[in-house]
Write a protein that binds this ligand. Sequence first.
Ligand code: ADP
Ligand code: ADP
Ligand code: MG
Length: 480
Amino acid sequence: MAGPVDPNLVKKVLIANRGEIAVRIARACRELGIRSVAIYSEADRYSLHVKKSDEAHCVGSDPLQGYLNPHTIVNLAVETGCDALHPGYGFLSENAELAKVCAERGIKFIGPSAEVIHMMGDKTEARTSAIRAGVPVTPGTEGNLSGIDEAVEFAGKIGYPVMLKATSGGGGRGIRRCNDEKELRQNYDRVISEATKAFGRADVFMEKCIVNPRHIEVQVLADSLGNTIHLFERDCSIQRRNQKLIELAPSPQLTPDQRKYIGELAVKVAKEVNYENAGTVEFLLDHDGSFYFMEMNTRVQVEHTITEQITGVDIVKEQIRVASGLPLRYKQEDVTYQGFCAQFRINAEDPKNGFLPSFGRISRYYSAGGPGVRTDAAMYSGYTIPPYYDSMCAKLIVWALTWEELLERSERALGDMQIYGIRTTIPYYQEILQHPEFRAADFNTGFVEKHPELVHYSVKRRPESLVAAIAAAVAAQAGI
Ligand code: ADP
Ligand code: ADP
Ligand code: MG
């Protein structure tokens, strides 16, 4: 390899992650002429990220522990001569300790500072920062709840339904909707125990539940020289159990004025906390057009890809540049977008069977291709998906110039992608794509729950327009 494209860039990056995001980071390093070091557990010996990096080191026989210990990972970075570390998403990506240990050991952490991770990882502190920045937040408690009595009293004030949320929650876990006092009392201890188990902290707070909102989030980028920009928004309203399934950029549900407004709000939040590197500011959009700050994710997101496709900005490369101390290559006015992009999270789950995980050996895999199609995956024919990790095994990313073309191209691409040996969410997405509400870009976070029939995909429907067009063509040929 010729060496870094830019001599000011870091030279060697340890990728503290696995799966498709580790492959994504290794690809960015390759294009920048930077060496990459993968880590893997025994269970991941045959994973694609191991093959796509320049070096790979086994971090133990336990499937998870090796990916979760900041000290051993940073030790390895030092021992292998790395000068930077990329945390990806999930695992330690929002662990302030990792950023701190990196700083202490002279390894550049590709993300914000430990202080900012710590602050924004606490949802109540993040809300306080947003309020300071003059950004509207969902009505809710100022800090954590002291107990069930305070919870009941506060819910009485803001009115039901309310959301109980784990202060340090993530990945859609530790969130419960309570429609009345009885449900609040039932859920209170449950959320605390979920939060303790999943995040190691028992703190919970309360927000007013915005009924069937749209989830709109803004990608931000900031360098160490004080330049902060946004790369427009993503619409992640298609969710199941607060977890995103399909993401769209830009949102087909926003007006240009709303787009401008929310982009500016996100930059305000980022500037308020002196944010550096890539981050995402998440908002809820209510039916009356109000936007409320929800949280900030201080890392690269699963759905960063769709923003890359509409803006042409390589977010992971920009992260590495910024962490190297270089300025952003874009000013706000340089950033434009074109067309629409969708990302389908292809999960190894059986939609017909309650989305039960469906791990196992992939006997054959054909990735989707053709115009406007990108697949970010960590699988290949013959690969066995280990049962220890997240069920997302690929991301199908589809771009088109118009919304209508995006619908047709997505249908085509989902049909192109063939995964044998396991069940996936592909047929479920094919059904969603046919739904008139989705096609009319009129949906909110209640869509999946509202349409339970879509998991039964035995009947393959086609858009009426296409059926009519085919009928007309056949009739014309037959001379009818
Ligand atoms: P995004 O907003 O990037 O779509 P998600 O919330 O879907 O991110 O989370 C990305 C991945 O990280 C998922 O695999 C999720 O399970 C995991 N994850 C996110 N937050 C946490 C957390 N606090 N603890 C453990 N895993 C998490
Ligand atoms: P996580 O850290 O797990 O991503 P978030 O706070 O971002 O948690 O919330 C995840 C999802 O839960 C949102 O996208 C939204 O669908 C739902 N949600 C969260 N807070 C509220 C609320 N106050 N009202 C309605 N829905 C909410
Ligand atoms: Mg979130």
